[in-house]
Design a protein around this ligand. Structure first.
Ligand SMILES: [Zn+2]
Length: 181
């Protein structure tokens, strides 16, 4: 069956609202992507230095592999699974092990430099845009696409559990390719 990627239908909508549970809830809603300035033709060295500074600020040593993986993901706004990142690194001739790639991605997301998105039980996605935002997820292609915040209006959210405040609301709209007619 031939599938088109243009026509999509909504499969399922899921809301993933996270409410702070204590220590490390960092709300950075509306924050600009810190690497946006790098997307307009700045030399790659700028990104490397920026990443180095951000890691140092967080008390994380900017090792070669952390920079290598961080730069790959942050060079342009993108969503990648660990496998895709590993493949791209290998294509560039990198010999980083799978374990190093997974551990580094964990670290980068823990430090808020990339965002982990658990959209698929099979695999985690890593997003170069670190602040909370909404996504389409195409279950047929595995593609994750950002949704412009301005196009989403959320009403009718339930009362929050007692003793909590809203941290963020992220919507994932799952779509699948519509069958060609
Ligand atoms: Zn995204």
């Amino acid at each position: 069956m031939k599938l088109t990627t243009k026509m999509k239908q909504v499969d399922r909508i899921s809301f993933a609202a996270s409410v702070p549970v204590g220590l490390e809830s960092q709300v950075s809603n509306g924050q600009q992507c810190p690497y946006l300035s790098q997307h307009s033709g700045e030399p790659a060295l700028g990104l490397q230095q920026e990443l180095e500074t951000r890691l140092r600020d967080k008390g994380v040593r900017p090792t070669r592999q952390r920079l290598e993986i961080g730069e790959l993901l942050l060079a342009i706004p993108r969503h990648m699974s660990a496998e895709q990142i590993l493949r791209e690194l290998r294509e560039k001739g990198s010999r980083l092990s799978k374990a190093t790639v997974y551990n580094t991605l964990n670290l980068l997301s823990k430090e808020g430099i990339v965002r982990e998105i658990a959209v698929d039980p099979e695999r985690m996605f890593y997003d170069s845009t670190a602040h909370p935002h909404h996504h389409f997820y195409n279950v047929d292609t595995g593609e994750l696409i950002d949704i412009d915040d301005a196009t989403v209006r959320i009403t009718g959210l339930p009362d929050l559990p007692q003793g909590t405040v809203e941290s963020d609301v992220e919507i994932i709209i799952r779509v699948r390719n519509a069958a060609a007619s």
